[in-house]
Design a protein around this ligand. Structure first.
Ligand code: C2E
Ligand code: MG
Ligand code: MG
Length: 773
């Protein structure tokens, strides 16, 4: 079986060439001697001479060959056909290591094949294979044999290439065994391979990186022609690499200044001039191959060769469209309200300032309208914020619909909007706008299949009359808005300087009222209600009193509205109710004949979700009989949310709590509701009572109310009775009960107890002497 010739390394070739030359010399010798030396000698009769010549030639050839073989770095041995070592070179003696194959003593005369066959140890398998290879050459089944094997001498691993070739063309003359140390070569090859792989990895990594970064990367040569585009660059420019290759970069990367629309110098030009990384000015536009535009940012860096010479440039182009959009969005959201999209406080201040400057030049006015929704908190609390948000959006839309092109509607936050009317001719323009807005807001708003009704209050301030800067104008419009709310909601109010005094007053009260309970500044006074038939005290109305340490007494008319506006009313109301109930219990326990304790309930308190819960908790905590409690509610409180109010009243009545409608006649009661409400009594407002003595319409109103109450089977109580005439009139018109200074002012508890004990203590006219019938 012929074996394929192995590829040979350089030193190996050299050795084989030498061996080849040995063969050649041998052949020449044969030619010279004619093959048969003896025959030639006999024929020519010059045997000795010839032999001598032959010997000399042989010797000199052998010496030459030995010298050559010894000079070789390879370890060479000649084997005879049986595998006996017939000759070795010097290097053979210096075979390193202690492996089976390289044991010292493989000397001439030993059988190499046998030695190899017996090999044991690490590389025994290789050695056995070598033996097989040598045999195949010696037997002529292979023309040559070679194998690379490793040895493991103590100094480290070495690699050898073993080649076995027949000594002559005729395999029968034995073989040449040559071990060539290829450790160094092999190390070089391994290192080369490692380097090659590292280089490949590096290239691959660079390629993947370039294709996976979000930026376009383009490379050019020294003359600015494209040598590389990554995938992003292909996408961004619209040029494929194949199309762009060797094209001038300016053709592929057409960049303009976004403002100037001038083509910017080609990046390599700039870079070449500078020989350093450069960034293009911001706000550049890339004109893509299809003509579309893309906002970009760009940087250019030179590529140097080993000598530091610039060989080209790398251009990195970033698509900044998303960033620019975001910047624009951020600028927008810094100046706009996210819910309604309207300008915010910041932008509004700016617009007002601009409008003032313009108005000043044109001798015009500027109107600032501060709009606040009435009771919007209630919508948010009861229907949830998502509905509240929808209502706010709907209101924003309507307000925008009410203004002219140059005007601005802004949202200040919460349920507050500020409207700027620029270049106003006259005050009436602002009034008109305010009325339009009130009407627009009052139209029902649909949110989640509901129709919601909202009203607003508007305060108006005007430049230059009410302020010379945005801040003052807004502040004064806000103050006027509070006045509008006080006047009864859904109205507008122009600012008046006196309002500032009121606003400061409100602020003072709010600050001072906080902690008034803890500081024990609040007390209750009680005013008796008198049965006009018997003159008996039927009950007491609890009225709050606040004695401020420096101000002295502050009337409820002053501080209750402030407490309502800032939420302080809730803790105050709870305090009043608890205190009044405890007082009633004390009197009842003392055997004093007070049948009812009336407590005033504020609108805010009544609409509070936990109103009933809180009330019943206090009743049970104080041990107060619910039947002895009367709640005084004004008409407007009940009518605001009549349906819900009716339910609450029903529950209260179920528990035995009585209800009186306070200040009756001043609000707008719907008679049909009045019939439905579980009400026990009407209290005629003192403004009507006051007019009794004056005669005229108001007296008629009193009789009408009394008549109506009787019809509805309600008790009727006249408030603020101060004179005997008023008392007489009421008695004559079958009014059930009365209350007023004529009988007694509201008095502290101890004094009221005295009234209960001694009816004669009642006012001058006394109830002991009811007016003549
Ligand atoms: P109101 O419930 O209508 O109370 C009657 C007011 O008329 C009381 O004023 C009382 O002092 C006054 N008054 C009684 N008789 C006469 C009279 O013959 N002539 C005159 N001129 N006035 C008379 P007050 O105490 O200043 O309270 C004013 C309002 O403040 C009350 O009106 C009530 O709405 C509210 N208020 C008083 N105390 C409380 C309270 O504890 N809670 C709540 N939520 N409101 C209260
Ligand atoms: Mg009252
Ligand atoms: Mg009243």
């Amino acid at each position: 079986m012929k074996q394929k010739k192995p590829r040979l390394a350089e030193p190996e070739k050299e050795v084989l060439a030498l061996i080849e030359s040995l063969h050649e010399n041998s052949r020449r010798l044969e030619e010279l001697t004619g093959g048969e030396v003896d025959t030639v000698a006999n024929r020519d009769g010059q045997t000795f001479m010839l032999r001598h010549a032959q010997d000399r030639l042989r010797q000199s050839e052998a010496a030459k060959q030995a010298a050559i073989l010894n000079a070789l770095p390879a370890h060479i041995a000649l084997l005879d056909t049986h595998g006996f070592i017939t000759s070795v070179n010097d290097a053979w003696e210096r075979f390193p290591g202690e492996d089976a194959i390289q044991q010292p003593g493989y000397e001439i005369g030993l059988n190499y094949l046998e030695i190899c066959d017996k090999a044991q140890g690490d590389n025994a398998a290789d050695v056995h294979q070598i033996a097989r290879g040598i045999r195949s050459v010696l037997e002529g089944t292979a023309s040559s044999f070679s194998i690379k094997y490793a040895t493991h001498p103590p100094g480290g691993q070495s690699w050898f290439l073993l080649t076995v070739t027949p000594l002559a063309e005729d395999y029968r003359s034995g073989a040449v065994v040559m071990h060539l140390n290829i450790t160094e070569q092999r190390q070089h090859a391994v290192q080369h391979k490692i380097m090659e792989e590292a280089l490949f990895d590096e290239k691959e990594r660079a390629q993947v990186t370039l294709n996976s970064i979000g930026d376009a990367v383009l490379c050019t040569d020294r003359s600015g022609n494209i040598t590389y585009l990554n995938a992003v660059a292909e996408n961004m420019t619209g040029w494929s690499y194949q199309e762009a290759a060797s094209q001038p970069v300016g053709k592929i990367l057409n960049i303009l200044g976004s403002k100037t629309r001038q083509t910017l110098p080609s990046p390599p030009e700039m870079e070449a001039a500078q020989d350093r990384t450069m960034h293009l000015p911001p706000h550049c536009i890339l004109i893509r191959r299809d003509g579309s535009e893309l906002p970009v940012e760009e940087s250019v860096a030179p590529i140097h060769d080993r000598e530091g010479e610039v060989t080209g440039a790398v251009i990195v182009v970033r698509d900044v469209s998303a960033v620019r959009t975001m910047v624009l969005q951020m600028a927008h959201s810094a100046h706009h309200d996210s819910l309604t999209g309207l300008p915010n406080r910041l932008l509004m201040n700016d617009r007002i300032t601009q409008a003032i400057a313009l108005a000043q030049r044109h001798m015009k006015k500027v109107g600032v309208l501060f709009l606040d929704l009435d009771g919007f908190k209630h919508i948010n609390d009861s229907l949830g914020h998502p509905i509240g948000d929808k209502v706010l959006q709907s209101i924003a839309e309507r307000l925008v619909g009410c203004i002219r092109a140059g005007d601005t509607v802004s949202r200040q936050g919460g349920d507050e909007f500020v409207v700027l009317l620029s270049e106003m001719e006259q005050l009436e323009d602002a009034a008109l706008a305010a009325r339009r807005m009130l009407q627009a807001v009052a139209e029902p708003h649909s949110a989640d299949e509901r129709n919601l009704h909202v009203t607003a209050s508007i305060g108006v301030s005007v430049y230059p009359d009410d302020g010379l800067d945005a801040e003052t104008l807004i502040k004064n419009a806000d103050t006027a808005m509070y006045q509008a709310k006080d006047n009864g909601r859904q109205s507008y109010q122009f600012f008046k300087p006196a309002m500032n005094v009121r606003a400061m007053e409100r602020q003072f009260i709010e600050e001072e009222l906080r902690g008034a309970i803890e500081r024990d500044e609040l007390t209750l006074h009680y005013q008796p209600k008198i049965d006009l038939k018997t003159g008996a005290i039927t009950g007491a109305e609890a009225l709050i009193r606040w004695t401020h340490p420096t101000r002295g007494s502050v009337s409820p008319g002053q501080f209750i509205p402030v407490a309502e506006a800032c939420g302080l009313i809730l803790p105050i109301s709870a305090w009043v109710l608890r205190k009044a109930c405890l007082q009633a219990r004390t009197w009842l326990d003392a055997g004093l004949p007070v049948t009812t304790m009336a407590v005033n309930i504020s609108a805010i308190e009544f609409r509070e979700e936990n109103f009933l819960q809180g009330l019943f908790a206090i009743l049970s905590e104080t041990g107060m009989d619910p039947k002895a409690l009367e709640l005084e509610l004004t008409e407007s409180v009940l009518m605001k949310r009549a349906e819900a109010a009716a339910d609450v009243l029903q529950i209260l009545r179920g528990k035995g709590v009585r209800i009186a409608i306070d200040d009756f006649g001043t609000g707008y009661s719907s008679l049909s509701y009045l019939r439905k409400f579980a009400v026990d009594a009407l209290k005629i407002d003192q403004s009507f009572v006051r007019q009794i003595s004056a005669g005229g319409d108001d007296a008629t109103i009193v009789t009408a109310i009394i008549g109506m109450a009787r019809n509805l089977k309600l008790r009727v109580i006249a408030e603020g009775v101060e004179t005997i005439q008023e008392l007489n009139f009421l008695q004559n018109n079958q009014c059930d009960e009365a209350q007023g200074y004529y009988f007694s002012r509201p008095v502290p508890a101890e004094q009221f107890a005295m009234l209960l004990e001694n009816r004669d203590a009642l006012g001058a006219a006394g109830i002991a002497r009811p007016a003549q019938q």
